[in-house]
Design a binder for this molecule. Structure first.
Ligand SMILES: Cc1cc2nc3c(=O)[nH]c(=O)nc-3n(C[C@H](O)[C@H](O)[C@H](O)COP(=O)(O)O)c2cc1C
Length: 252
């Protein structure tokens, strides 16, 4: 029996949530869905195994590339927990898309979680989350999920969201390199969708970029940025929706 965390976390918020949920579980292997080189078809489960699948919400949906990579994993009846992580606006159809893909892979969903983490483009929203209180609560969710697993209860909770899913939004913000870029190539290496030219890292393919902010978060020079004026406009547009303290949720 193994516990595995399957995570897509471009800037680390989703990973923090996943680790907090699994804090009291036996040590879990990690499958990184942001690895463009990953051979996900080699990730094979057995019915006694447990998978925690965690993804961020992008525009109220699960990132398409993460769903595609997850779809290659072989669930073989293993029990699974879904976690959607969002920046204090809304996660809308993220969990239900994850549910559909996980079931197609052959997983049995026994729990789902929604959790708040700092908004990776507009860090003023949900700043500092998941904080200490969130992590304590998420660890407690993890304990309740583990109790359900140990009881052998395979019931599936009702998972929020709509089918058909909401429509995906248009092109997002494409980060650009400023003159302090040393062309070290780390951004190109870590980009989940290979949108950055490894031979000329100042060049980003806007058609491939998913605006996940991985390149901004890994740049050692802090040279990659999104257009500040566009971020301010976008932040203003969702100010009301992002206000207030949204609670983490457990669906058991
Ligand atoms: C392109 C993009 C779209 C996003 N859309 C939403 C959204 O619709 N609702 C929301 O609450 N947060 C949204 N967020 C915030 C992320 O869900 C949140 O910051 C998450 O923690 C990012 O995960 P990561 O830190 O693992 O990369 C979005 C972030 C990005 C980069």
């Amino acid at each position: 029996m193994k516990y595995v965390q399957i995570i897509f976390s471009p800037t680390g918020g989703t990973e923090k949530v996943s680790r907090a949920l699994a804090a009291n579980w036996p040590s879990a292997e990690l499958v990184d869905l942001s690895d463009a080189e990953g051979d996900y078809a080699k990730t094979i489960f057995w019915p006694e195994d447990v998978a925690l699948i965690a993804m961020p919400s992008f525009g109220g949906l699960a990132p398409q590339i993460a769903l595609e990579r997850l779809s290659r994993v072989k669930g073989n009846g293993a029990r699974c927990i879904l976690a959607a992580v969002y920046g204090n606006r809304a996660y809308e159809d993220t969990l239900i898309q994850m549910e559909d893909t996980a079931e197609k892979c052959g997983f049995q969903i026994i729990a789902a979680v929604s959790a708040v983490a700092e908004y990776s483009i507009m860090r003023r929203y949900a700043a500092g989350r998941p904080d200490r209180a969130d992590c304590g609560q998420l660890a407690d969710f993890g304990r309740k999920i583990d109790e359900k697993l140990r009881r052998g209860d395979l019931s599936k909770p009702a998972i929020p969201g709509n089918r058909p899913y909401k429509k995906a939004g248009g092109a997002g913000l494409v980060p650009k390199a400023d003159p302090s870029c040393t062309e070290c190539g780390l951004c190109a290496k870590r980009c989940p969708v290979r949108a950055i030219d490894p031979k000329a890292p100042k060049r980003t393919n806007p058609k491939k970029c998913i605006s996940c902010m991985r390149c901004v978060s890994v740049c050692p020079q802090k040279a990659r940025k999104v257009n500040g004026a566009m971020v301010s406009v976008a932040a203003l547009a969702i100010k009301k929706a992002c206000s207030g303290h949204k609670e983490n949720e457990l669906f058991l």
